[in-house]
Design a protein around this ligand. Sequence first.
Ligand code: HEM
Length: 459
Amino acid sequence: RRPKNFPPGPPVMPILGNILDLSLENPLKDFERLRKAYGNVYSIYIGSRPAVVINGTKAIKEAFVTKGSDFAGRPQDMFVNDVIKHNGVIMADYDTVWKEHRRFALMTMRNFGMGKNSMEEKIHGEIQYTINTLEMSVGKTLSPQVVFHNAASNIICQVLFGKRYEYDDEFIKVLIQCFTENSKITNGPWAMVSQNFYDRKKAFKNVKIAENLVKRVFAEHIETRVPGEPRDLVDCYLDELDKRDGDRSSFSMEQLTMFALDLHFAGTDTTSNTLLTAFLYLMNYPHIQERCQEEIDEVLEGKDQATFNDRNQMPYVQAVIHEVQRISNTVPLSVFHCTTKDTELMGYSIPKGMLIIPNLTSLLNEEGQWKYPQEFNPENFLNDKGEFVKPEAFMPFSTGPRTCLGEGLARMELFLVFVTLLRKFKFIWPEDAGEPDYTPIFGAIMTPKPYRIKVQHRN
Ligand code: HEM
């Protein structure tokens, strides 16, 4: 039975809890059904473990902004915590390790954002490889999955390791295989219910392989670095290690390993799947693609390449990119949180250590927030004067102290890739491709179903 004043929810079965109330293939519709039945804050039992599901702008803001620190923990007793040996930043609890590493990552990425070797230049450098690949397919069709995945992976590799990798490079191939397998193992349908279902050995082995790979890159860095003259995030971390007192600092080579893997993992599939969604819709809404191209041509006339600042002169393009992010629902249930102390939410009592599921999907078509909640329509982000506006419910990166650490980088990537490719190419839905299927494949990160694109040069 639920404790007094605990959020309501469906009746609980012994051992299984509410697991039969949720489709294990895709529970998003069930979460919405339960929201309608029990309100924006409700509870479910995953096996014998209670969890509070938070829905809608008002409750999400109260939890993660107004009571940010109360809701900023991460569960520490899940299988994934063991697999990553409690290291890294994504699953770190609300503690000094998390605070110091988060601050370090934000500061380092900001510093690389400026100057000659800036983030913009790194992104443009990588886009050139994407353009070359597309050039080879002009007039033909190609599968864009690998192209966008490769681009997103290489941009984050440039930031972390100062280099890019060809897609068939052993380093990147094996690293991605380890991530993909472990995502399946730790997020699999029964993963939350019982650890007996996990392929535990395989998950630990994959982490070991990934760790050894990045450790080799660190060894190269240690050999070739000039202290105080960092080339990338790994060099910055090594400088930081020099400065800190080894015993009392939360920085260590062990932490660096999972930290780097975390950033690569978090920065690759998220951005590449958003780009995949963008091009899926642009091909099937050619009038939207053309209107973007008109605006891009006008603003960039006489310029070699776009800068991130150009977005301020492109309200329509901005609206389309934001609408793509809304519709793609890339991280549908955010990353699970955990309460750091006994607290209250919307009048309910929530004890310390409670598993919290932020249902970001509930914001996508929330009543009163969107002009056209059920359709792909950039008007959702434009006011009557055609100016770009961002409704409060737009939170694909979550909100509060744990909000996505890579938001700045992701937004810059999305804008520069989108604008540069649309300026150069026309993207066409192949004649023999049939009706597009917009329903994504459910996962911790949503993925559009595989599709092909036809590329043409613009006149
Ligand atoms: C379109 C792209 C992206 C989306 C939609 C996205 C979304 C999210 C979301 C929803 C969270 C969970 C926040 C929370 O727990 O409240 C998150 C966390 C995180 N993201 Fe992203 N992300 C994207 C790109 C990136 C990139 C490029 C990086 C790499 C630098 C990154 C690094 C992280 C990290 C490290 C966290 C954990 C933050 C923490 O626990 O303090 N993300 N992201």
